[in-house]
Design a protein around this ligand. Structure first.
Ligand code: NCD
Ligand code: ZN
Ligand code: ZN
Length: 356
């Protein structure tokens, strides 16, 4: 029997970039429509390294939600702190106390957008990691090495071998999320790791492979980090996401950048999937004959990992084609409005599921 409609508890996006200022005001509503909660990445231009900054950012997000004419929208931002070489154990204890901070994010210095303040040597973070292990605060990992001698398509795999495996041995009880996984080696690592070592998977890494970066010419809107990989890796991700294993859950890594910043001689990394996220995931699960596994992947496993209750709200997805707009309004100047655009994933093409 083919399913033409599915209702699930309102899902959680466990890896999301919403920026701040005017950009935040434009993008947050897309996520609030689709998701009940989201883990908010701390890589603002000024990274969110301190508890007070996370509190201010939390307030800014709540304000943006109510200013956007959705005062009743029941969306909860789950805040994170940006781990640096100097993060203290005291900061971890404060973060735990805050009640709004749910994880620390590890960016190897220079690995991705706004990661200049990232970690230069993992051993510098040992005091913080010790405290995190103690209080049960998860570590979220952008898992790519930054050594320019390592081929860009191998950076995740090399990170797992040289950093993540030793790290998980040094901190055997530390909760770890390997974010936005892209390779069969990452799936193999997660499958064989302890139960508290898990992974998020994006819609775009499930839908397209690295050919999509070069279809008929260079496609900057298909450039993200970690970069898209070969088809065999995409297939391994689809298998993991639709397997019913609680070790894999939804994290869009929706990462908005203005059109001009993407369509440039040195374009930014990141795809904007917040606009049609659940439609995209539904398509993947349908193609894999696994629509019955979508709710756990999107609404349960992430919440369980973070110790959050299941949400009461629901969403419905219907099998119905619709046209994705060519662009959406955006603004990069964090202080004033502008008529910049953002190009959503699948812009100008169709989605086969629609969110209601
Ligand atoms: C993200 C961003 O733009 O903030 N970009 C991306 O390509 N995924 C950063 C990240 O998640 O690595
Ligand atoms: Zn990342
Ligand atoms: Zn990200």
């Amino acid at each position: 029997m083919t399913m033409t409609q599915i209702t699930l508890s309102k899902p959680d996006d466990m890896h999301l970039h919403v920026r701040n200022g005017e950009a935040l005001k434009r993008v947050i509503h897309d996520t609030a429509k689709q998701f009940a909660r989201a883990i908010i990445m701390p890589n603002l231009a000024t990274p969110v390294t301190q508890v007070e900054q996370a509190q201010a950012y939390h307030q800014e997000i709540l304000q943006a939600l109510s200013d956007g004419g959705h005062p009743d929208v029941d969306f909860h931002p789950l805040m994170t702190l940006y781990l640096t070489d100097n993060t203290t154990a005291e900061t971890i204890y404060q973060a735990k106390e805050s009640g709004i901070i749910h994880a620390l994010k590890l960016y190897p210095a220079g690995a991705t957008t706004n990661s200049d303040a990232g970690v230069t040597d993992i051993t510098n973070t040992y005091p913080a990691l010790t405290a995190m292990q103690e209080v049960g605060m998860p570590l979220l990992v952008h898992g790519e090495v930054t050594d320019p001698h390592i081929d860009i398509f191998d950076r995740e795999y090399v990170f797992i071998e040289t950093i993540l495996k030793p790290l998980s041995k040094a901190f055997p009880a530390l909760k770890i999320v390997l974010e936005h996984i892209t390779t069969k080696q990452a799936v193999e690592f997660i499958d064989n790791a302890a139960d508290h070592i898990v992974a998020t998977i994006t819609a775009h890494h499930l839908l397209i492979n690295r050919n999509a970066i070069f279809t008929g010419g260079i496609r900057p809107h298909h450039y993200c980090l970690p970069v898209l990989k070969r088809e065999e890796h995409r297939l391994a991700l689809v298998k993991a996401a639709t397997s019913g294993s609680p070790k894999y859950f939804l994290g869009t890594d929706s990462a908005p950048h203005a059109q001009h910043a993407k369509e440039s001689a040195c374009g930014c990394a990141g795809m904007y999937t917040a606009f049609n996220a659940m439609e995209l995931y539904a398509e993947v699960f349908e193609k894999a004959n696994a629509l019955d596994k979508l709710e756990d992947f999107a609404s349960s496993y992430g919440a369980n990992f973070y110790g959050l209750p299941k949400t009461e709200k629901q969403i419905t997805l219907k099998k119905e084609s619709w046209d994705v707009p060519h662009d959406l309004p955006y603004a990069t100047d964090t202080t004033k409005e502008s008529d910049e655009k953002i190009i959503p994933f699948r812009a100008g093409e169709q989605c086969s599921w629609k969110l209601y």
